[in-house]
Ligand binder design. Sequence first.
Ligand code: FCB
Length: 450
Amino acid sequence: MTRTTFPAGFVWGAATSAYQIEGAARADGRGESIWDRFSHTPGKTQGGASGDIACDHYRRWRDDFALLANLGAGAYRFSIAWPRILPSGRGQVNQAGLDFYRRQVDDLLRRGITPYVTLYHWDLPVALEDAGGWPARATAEAFAAYADVVAQALGDRVKHWITINEPWCVSMLSYQVGAHAPGRQDWPAALAASHHTLLAHGMAEAEIRRSSPGAQVGIALNFTASVPASDSQADHEAARAFDGYFNRWFLDPVCGRGYPSDMVAGYMEAGHLPDGLSFVRPGDMDIIAAPTDFLGVNYYTREVVAAAARPGAWQPVYLDTPRTAMGWEIYPEGLFQLLRRLHRAYDLPKIYLTENGVSYLDAPGEDGRVRDGRRIDYLREHLDACLRAIAAGVPLAGYFQWSLLDNFEWGHGYAQRFGAVYVDYATQRRTPKDSFFWYRDVIARNGLGG
Ligand code: FCB
C-alpha cells in the first residue's frame, strides 16, 4: 500500500529570505549589502532589477503573515538581514533592526507559527566584502559575533536556527562562477570562502547554543542529484566529481569527515589550491563538525554529467526533458534518492526539507485566479518522494515550500516566480495561486490524499 499520510507532528512551512522580499533597503539604519551593490552594477541582474523594493515585505509583513496563517503553516522559515543588525558588519548594533525581527517573531508565535530563522541568506555587509569577504577568515569571526548578537536578542523565543543558507552558493557561485554577489571568478578565493563559510556555521552554532538554550541548530545545504550521462566508467567518475564539487565538499566536513580526499587531490592537480589547504587551521574541522540537530536540505533538480577532457572533470549534458521556467529539469526521483542516500551514508539525526519548489510564470486570469496546475504537479511529485523516503526510514521531519511569495530571484530579478502567492509588483497586490489552496489542503490533512 502506498503511504499518503505524513507522520504526526510533521512540520509544514513556507520559506523566504530577507533580501528577496523585504525591500526598504535604506530604512531604519540598514547598511549596504553585497547584493545592493551587485544588483546596482549594470549587467549583473536581469533587467537591472534590485531588491530595493522587492515585495515591500518590510512594511507589509503583517499582511504576509496573515497569508501564512491562511495557509495553515505551522512554521515559517525566513532570514535576518545582517546589515540591518550590524550596518558595517561588525561593531555598532542597530537596535531598529533587531526590533524589526523581534516584532515578527512575536507575531508569528502569537499566531502559533514556529519561526525557523536563517542567519545568513547571502546579504553580506559590503564593509566586510571590502575587507576581503568570505575568502577572508575574519568574515567567519564577524559572523560568529553577529550570531551572538541575534541569539542574545531572540534566543529566548526562537528555538530553530539555520546558520548559513547554501554554502555552495555563498562560495562557489559567488567567488568562482561569479553569477552571484560579489561576482568574482577566482578558484582559490572561492575554496577559501567555502572553508570560511563552513567555519562560520560551526562558530555561530556555538554562539546560538550559548544564548538559546534547548534550540535546534542546523545548516541548509543545497543538493543537486548528480547523474552520469551514460554507463561508461568515465561518466560515472564525472558524476562523482560533480557530486564532490557540489554536495560532498560541504556535507562531508559538516558530518565530521573532513574535505573529500578525491576532491582535494583534483583541486590540487587543477591548480585551484596553490597553497593546499593552508586556510584550515588546527581545530577548524572540529568546529565545523560540531553535531547539529538537523540537516536542512534544499532540493530543486538534478545535473546530468559526462566526462570532460581532463580525467575526473565533468561537463553538463542537456537532455530534452520536462523543465521549469528556470530551465531546471523536473526530477523528483532525485529527491527520493538523495534523502535515502543521506540517511544511509551519513548519520543524520533529523532532516528538514528547508527548500523545495518551482518557478512557473502563471499570472492571474481575467477572473483573477492563478491557475498554476503545473506547480501542484511539481509539489505533489516531490512530496510523494518525501513520503517514499519516510517509508524507507529517512528521519524527515518537515517541508518548507520555496517560496511563500513571488520575489527577487537574484540574478533573474523578477523574471522568475517561485511563489505560492502571486505578487503584482506595480501594486504590491498579493493573489494566492491555485497551488496555495492545494498546499493548504495537504497541510490540513497532513498528507497527499488518495
Ligand atoms: C535557492 C535559494 C533561494 C532561491 C531558490 C530558488 O538556491 O536559497 O534563495 O533563490 O534557490
